[in-house]
Design a binder for this molecule. Structure first.
Ligand code: ADE
Ligand code: ZN
Length: 369
């Protein structure tokens, strides 16, 4: 069955421009011009992206280019038929396509090209800091060693800093559908590269794979001095978010939508000032929300949660970070204050020094006058 959520939604990435399409929105001239003003502000403001899977930036065009370069056969006739397959009913349907897509990434230069293309793209969105996940186990299982993966990504991140002024962190994310033993083996393999990593994460199929399954792995990561983040409450229940806090001692929560089902948990997340890396277009495409006008982002902010806006897997979900802002502005009563708060939260939740945060806030304040 084709994807039922967001399939009728525009492919934001292809829209470009800074003007809202009024044809489907019941807005008078004043409403429209306010939204366009907010859109321009969202575009101009400096921001950090804290939830981005580098493998999820593999655009169909690049997939075909790398497939040709590496002699890999893709099971789609062309770019259009590959993109047409991006209709999902849930997280697992997406992951099946996503893991298959990775088959074109074989060499250091493939990881470089992928990362460099992402950095160039988000430079246009005024992203000034990125924290990137990579799914090392998805590549190790295909025989691609860590030095190839990390070497290519890191080289592009270095160029990103030098040529585009984008600072970055790199997060090795464990695949939760695999075993605890597999995660420990991966951590052992990562030992020679620990100085090139900034943190550890947890992603992939959430249901049936609670955070507690990896408590001992993350305890080791913490002992090694690393920051921790985990996908929780995307499809899974609020209890998985509590487990991530209690059993993994996470510094951030990725997604966290289902936290809203538990008032005490919301209170705890606000009191502890935990950042949630929310991904609106991802939520729509994976049926976490039925429609963008039902997205809980603004209600998260109203409850005092430190929500941020991110793109997750932009090549698969129809847009990069500013496309996510655009979708929110189009469909929700977003204000100028909300935009400021979201950008501020993105810097506040970043794993950078207080000096760097202050510099970003200074630049943000200049845009907001
Ligand atoms: N891997 C890539 N994107 C993901 C998502 N949205 N949730 C869980 N695992 C992922
Ligand atoms: Zn994610």
């Amino acid at each position: 069955m084709p994807g039922t959520c967001g399939s009728d939604v525009k492919w934001y990435a292809s829209l470009g421009g800074l003007v809202i399409d009024s044809s489907e929105l019941a807005l008078d001239d004043e409403g429209l011009s306010l939204k366009n003003e907010l859109l321009r502000l969202a575009q101009r403001m400096p921001k950090a992206e804290l939830h981005l899977h580098i493998e999820g930036t593999l655009e169909p065009e690049m997939a075909f280019r790398l497939a040709k370069r590496n002699g890999v056969r893709l099971h789609y006739a062309d770019v259009d038929s590959l993109r047409a397959a991006y209709a999902f009913n849930n997280l697992q349907e997406f992951l099946d396509v996503y893991y298959t897509g990775m088959s074109v990434l074989l060499k250091e230069e493939d990881f470089y090209d992928l990362t460099w293309a992402y950095l160039q793209r988000v430079h246009q969105d005024n992203v000034v800091h990125v924290e990137i996940f990579f799914d090392s186990q998805g590549h190790l299982e295909r025989g691609i060693p860590l030095n190839v993966q990390i070497g290519g990504i890191r080289r592009a991140l270095k160029d990103g800093k030098q040529q585009l002024g984008i600072s970055s962190k790199l997060i090795l994310s464990f695949l939760r559908h695999l075993s605890e033993e597999h995660a420990f083996e991966t951590l052992d393999l990562a030992e020679p590269f620990l100085d090139q990593l900034d943190g550890f994460g947890l992603d992939s199929s959430e249901m049936g794979h609670p955070p507690g399954k990896f408590a001992r792995v993350f305890a080791r990561c913490k002992d090694l001095g690393f920051r921790i983040t985990a996908h929780a409450g995307e499809e899974g229940p609020a209890d998985y978010v509590s487990q991530a806090l209690d059993l993994l001692q996470v510094d951030r929560i990725d997604h966290g939508n289902h936290s809203l089902d538990d008032a005490a948990l919301v209170q705890r997340l606000t009191t502890e000032g935990k950042t949630l890396t929310v991904c609106p277009l991802s939520n729509l495409k994976l049926c976490v929300v039925k429609a963008m006008d039902q997205h809980p982002l603004l209600s998260m902010l109203k409850r005092g949660l430190k929500a941020t806006v991110n793109s997750d897997d932009p090549a698969y979900f129809g847009g990069y970070v500013n496309d996510n802002y655009r979708a929110l502005i189009e469909h929700l009563p977003v204000t100028r204050e909300d935009l400021y708060q979201l950008a501020q939260n993105s810097f506040d939740g970043a794993w950078v020094s207080e000096e760097e945060k202050a510099k970003h806030l200074h630049d943000l304040n200049r845009v907001f006058g």
